[in-house]
Write a protein that binds this ligand. Structure first.
Ligand SMILES: NC(=O)c1ccc[n+]([C@@H]2O[C@H](COP(=O)([O-])OP(=O)(O)OC[C@H]3O[C@@H](n4cnc5c(N)ncnc54)[C@H](OP(=O)(O)O)[C@@H]3O)[C@@H](O)[C@H]2O)c1
Length: 219
């Protein structure tokens, strides 16, 4: 894998979802018969081997719920360093963050600004009235309020922008803080999970595969 990237090693290598698809050319949505239950032990042993061979400095997971992490921790010789999950003020994942903290697993937020509008017109972060009110009062952008809140949860984030000025704006979150009142208001934001396996991969559902394990709605 690093050879394909023309690198000797990667810093971090993640299991993207706790589920498997049959080998095929990528296509979306996938057919229900393409999705199969994941061999968690086999996959993780292969990840551990990548680490031992020096191909990945660190190994981790993505989209793992507390239940899936528990399963993984029970069989792992090398625990995951990172869990990359949907995390922002509109999907706060309190239980998962606490669990990861307790187990020493670093959390990285994806869709930290509510994600792109490709699949849905709703952006529960950038369209949040509560975040807008805080942003106006603090002289910051809504994006900055969201990213600062994530940073204050002890998480890192992968924010995406194609615009240079936004990339700069998104970096300017480290020399100020939210107030306790801001933090309280953010706890009042209605919770909305944008990324679901069912919506992205297989709207029809998958017989024999319990997608509730990967699509657990928890805050
Ligand atoms: N592990 C996973 O399963 C998973 C799932 C989803 C996403 N991800 C990763 O997470 C990363 C980011 O997530 P994402 O792209 O879903 O969403 P995101 O970073 O929350 O949002 C990106 C959207 O926000 C806009 N944006 C960026 N900065 C802004 C600002 N300051 N003000 C207003 N709008 C702003 C961008 O538009 P412009 O480009 O026009 O600025 C883009 O439409 C990506 O690298 C993606 O690969 C991982």
């Amino acid at each position: 894998m690093p050879r394909n990237l023309q690198m000797e090693y990667v810093d971090l290598y993640l299991v993207h979802w706790p589920m498997s698809v049959k080998p095929s050319k990528p296509h979306f949505p996938m057919k229900r018969e393409d999705i199969v239950q994941m061999d968690l032990k086999g996959v993780w042993q292969a990840m551990e081997e990548c680490h031992r061979l020096g191909l990945a400095k660190m190994i981790g997971v993505s989209n793992f719920t507390t239940k899936k992490l528990q399963e993984l921790l029970a069989i792992a010789e090398i625990p995951p360093a990172v869990n990359q999950v949907e995390l922002n003020p509109a999907w706060q994942q309190k239980k998962l963050i606490e669990f990861c903290k307790e187990k020493g697993i670093h959390v990285t937020a994806y869709s930290p600004l509510g994600g792109q509008s490709r699949t849905s017109k709703i952006n529960a972060v950038l369209q949040s009235e509560i975040l807008k009110e805080i942003a106006e009062a603090r002289g910051k952008s809504i994006a900055q309020i969201s990213l600062r809140w994530i940073f204050e949860q002890g998480a890192s984030m992968v924010a995406k922008s194609m615009k240079k000025e936004r990339l700069q704006e998104n970096l300017e979150i480290f020399d100020w803080e939210l107030t306790d009142e801001d933090r309280f208001k953010i706890t009042q934001i209605p919770q909305y999970k944008k990324v679901t396996v069912l919506a992205i991969l297989c709207p029809e559902g998958v017989p024999g595969v319990d997608l509730s394990e990967v699509d657990v709605v928890e805050t």
